[in-house]
Design a protein around this ligand. Structure first.
Ligand code: PEP
Length: 253
């Protein structure tokens, strides 16, 4: 049975002390209330806090994810972080192809594919983001955009490798804008994505793939989004920065 996942993308927020405080608060909340069955929480802090998060995660109920990785093995890539480095810090997940990286750092589908390969080679599960911008949605092109991102970024994988992948559908017009996709809009695209996976790898692989929704998800709308049969949780930005909000979303399954 595929997992329900709530993943917090902290982006470039929090200094070290604030990060520690957030983790402490999440841990206290997790001690107070158990996550619903079959639910996995993933925290994706900035690189400098990964080790601290990994140490905390040893005796808690969350997994640790990075927000980015370099597409090369190692070498003269100043300022970059490799998948092997992440593995050595016991990082189990990594976000790839986030719309902010596509827009500000030129992350193409071809680069996404290479990053995914690096992660899988190092036993790290990629959380691969896809989603259309507003003009594409208004032109009715959301299905074409998502098909291209998934096909070019992921469909070079074997079925076994694909089984390690988590997908996050994040309509760019909903990220950080306060504008959330309706539950119907989310379900429609999630079902489409699962259909693409079934066509390529078969129904069993598609049924096992967790497909998360991202874009202004908060405690007040998580329940109706997660109630959809093809929405298996959320990739959460802003609302993951407050333990209370993040837990509110995690408890919405
Ligand atoms: C994100 O950036 O992955 C995201 C979903 O952000 P927000 O929840 O703030 O819209």
């Amino acid at each position: 049975m595929r997992k329900n996942i709530v993943a917090g993308n902290w982006k470039m927020n929090k200094n070290f002390e604030e990060a520690e405080e957030l983790i402490d608060n999440i841990m206290t909340a997790l001690e107070d209330k158990e996550l619903p069955e079959n639910t996995l929480m993933i925290l994706c802090p900035p690189f400098p806090y990964l080790e601290m998060c990994s140490e905390y995660s040893d005796d808690s109920y969350f997994a640790v994810g990075a927000q980015n990785v370099n597409e090369n093995d190692k070498g003269a890539y100043t300022g970059e972080v490799s998948a092997e480095m992440l593995r050595s810090l016991e990082v189990d997940y990594c976000i790839v192809g986030h719309s902010e990286r596509r827009a500000y750092y030129g992350e193409t589908d071809a680069i996404v594919a290479r990053k995914v390969d690096q992660l899988l080679k190092n036993d790290i599960r990629p959380i691969v983001c896809c989603g259309e911008v507003l003009e594409e949605r208004e032109a009715g092109k959301q299905f074409d955009v998502v098909r291209r991102q998934i096909t070019d970024g992921l469909f070079h994988l074997s079925a076994e490798q694909f089984g390690q992948v988590v997908i996050a559908y994040e309509p760019v017009w909903a990220i950080g804008t306060g504008k959330t996709a309706t539950p119907q809009q989310a379900q429609e695209i999630h079902a489409f994505i699962r259909g693409l996976i079934a066509e390529k790898y078969g129904k069993a692989v598609a049924d096992e793939t967790s497909i998360l929704y991202g874009g202004s998800c908060k405690p007040s709308n998580a329940k109706e989004l997660f109630a959809n049969p093809d929405v298996d949780g959320g990739l959460i930005g802003g609302a993951s920065l407050k333990a209370e909000d993040f837990m509110g979303i995690a408890l919405a399954f």
